[in-house]
Design a protein around this ligand. Structure first.
Ligand code: NAD
Length: 427
């Protein structure tokens, strides 16, 4: 098959690499000329394990081509995926401008019978709007479908190849047959429903996972007051297969390019249909309260934070990515700086991106360098390599041995035995 992927960000680039690796000819299309030039040279614009090799191999074999030309790509394609961003607007709604722009630009080049597939996360009504925008611009027949994406940054390639399910939102048999064929090598159960339902699956999934995190935070905050360790409590809860252990991880709350924006978008979709999604409003509010809760814990030990030196370990919104969109680290550092603290940060891959977003932060060469002479260490992202730190030496190097564990990553007893003053949540 010949496929165009519009928008080669995290989702679009992984889609392009995987579908070309299956033997299809894939045009990765983007409006960002610099990004396309770099991709043509085999340079990946972000950190994602396993992606560089996949892109390079398929570039070499000439199945994968990067372009800025809608005409060249779309006019040859059987299927066109829309993978552009849907960032949050001020009021929480998903901004679908980029999707509409893509639909308008591709319309006149679509082949007879082409299938346009929405992969971006967007309100259920978006597929109807895309249909209208294209219909106004071409006399050829076409179909619009929705195939939401569930990959996680940091394990995007393996998630793409072996998801729990592939969701096909289709309105006709031909789209279903073509999309089944394209996805044939991908594992996972198939769920077939209409395009609106497909988008509801995506929003409901992210909203539910975010809810599990906020629920775990609520239980942890209560364990703090009850005086018991939340970890075995959540083990005891999550072993129940009806509930499951995943995403029951308390800490500084969820961040990233999806959960915060998709929770707010679903609240605003509900509002459009005059449904008050009180439940999700509380999930969001709870998430907003977790970082201030940790800052209070720091103040409990340090008093005022003015002129206190604080080391931050981990900047990316989660391990194995350099993505800083809605990363808790950004909010934490900004809040600490507002209170007069001086921040030194270390992250294995995200420091270059952080330099573009944060002011007055010092960047350390390694974790040890970050903590030397500091009043507190705040672990924000649970990179695996932070398990292997020489914590006794780090404790010695600090001015005051306060460790704020924003991910409940370390064992409190081990840390206390080393001499740290340990603060997690619910420990
Ligand atoms: P991204 O910001 O990394 O990439 C979007 C790309 O689209 C950019 O390169 C941008 O230049 C390009 N673009 C914008 N307008 C365009 C246009 N008119 N024509 C061509 N290219 C255009 O976005 P992302 O993180 O890949 O997310 C894309 C969508 O997938 C979003 O709706 C997101 O919610 C959803 N999603 C993301 C993830 C994730 O982990 N990042 C996972 C599942 C779903």
């Amino acid at each position: 098959m010949i496929v165009t992927i519009v928008g080669v960000g995290y989702v679009g680039l992984v889609s392009s690499a995987v579908f070309s690796d299956f033997g299809n000819v894939v045009f990765g299309l983007d409006v960002d000329e610099k990004r396309i030039e770099r991709l043509q040279r085999g340079e990946i614009p972000f950190y994602e394990p396993g992606l560089t090799e996949l892109v390079k191999r398929n570039l070499r074999e000439k199945r994968l081509r990067f372009t800025t030309s809608y005409k060249d790509a779309v006019s040859q394609s059987d299927i066109v995926f829309i993978c552009v961003g849907t960032p949050p607007k001020e009021n929480g709604e998903a901004d679908v401008t980029y999707i509409f722009d893509a639909a308008k630009k591709m319309a006149k080049y679509l082949q007879e019978g082409a299938i346009v597939v929405l992969k971006s996360t967007a309100p259920p009504s978006t597929t109807d709007a895309i249909t209208r925008l294209i219909r106004e611009r071409t006399k050829r027949s076409f179909s619009v479908a929705a195939c939401p994406e569930f990959l996680r940054e940091g394990s995007a390639v393996s998630d793409y190849l072996a998801p729990d399910r592939v969701v096909f939102g289709v309105s006709d048999e031909k789209s279903k047959e073509m999309l089944f064929r394209l996805h044939q090598p991908i594992k996972g159960e198939r769920v077939v429903l209409d395009p609106k339902g497909a988008m509801m699956v995506k929003y409901a999934s992210n909203a539910f996972l975010a809810s599990k995190i906020s629920f775990a935070n609520a239980i942890a905050n209560l364990c703090d007051r009850v005086g018991t360790d939340v970890k075995p409590v959540l083990d005891g809860l999550g072993i129940d297969r009806r509930i499951g252990r995943s995403f029951l991880y308390p800490g500084v709350g969820y961040g990233g390019s999806c959960f915060p924006k998709d929770v707010l978008a679903l609240i605003s979709i509900a509002k459009k249909y005059r449904y008050d999604f009180t439940f999700l409003k509380v999930v969001h509010k709870m998430n907003e309260e977790q970082i201030p809760y940790f800052i209070e814990k720091a103040e409990k030990h340090l008093g005022t934070l003015k002129n206190k030196e604080i080391a931050i370990l981990g900047l990316s919104f989660k391990p194995n990515t350099d993505d800083l969109r809605e990363a808790p680290s950004i909010k934490i550092i900004t809040k600490l700086q507002k209170k007069g603290a001086k921040v030194t940060a270390y992250d294995p891959v995200a420091m270059e991106n952080a330099k573009k977003l944060l002011k007055d932060v010092k960047y350390a060469k390694n974790p040890f360098d970050a903590v030397e002479g500091k009043d507190a260490l705040f672990l924000v992202t649970e990179w695996n390599q932070f398990h292997e730190l020489d914590l006794p030496a780090m404790k010695k190097a600090m001015r005051y041995p306060l460790l704020l564990d924003g991910r409940n990553f370390y064992d409190p007893d081990t840390l206390k035995a080393i001499g740290f003053i340990y603060e997690g949540v619910g420990r």
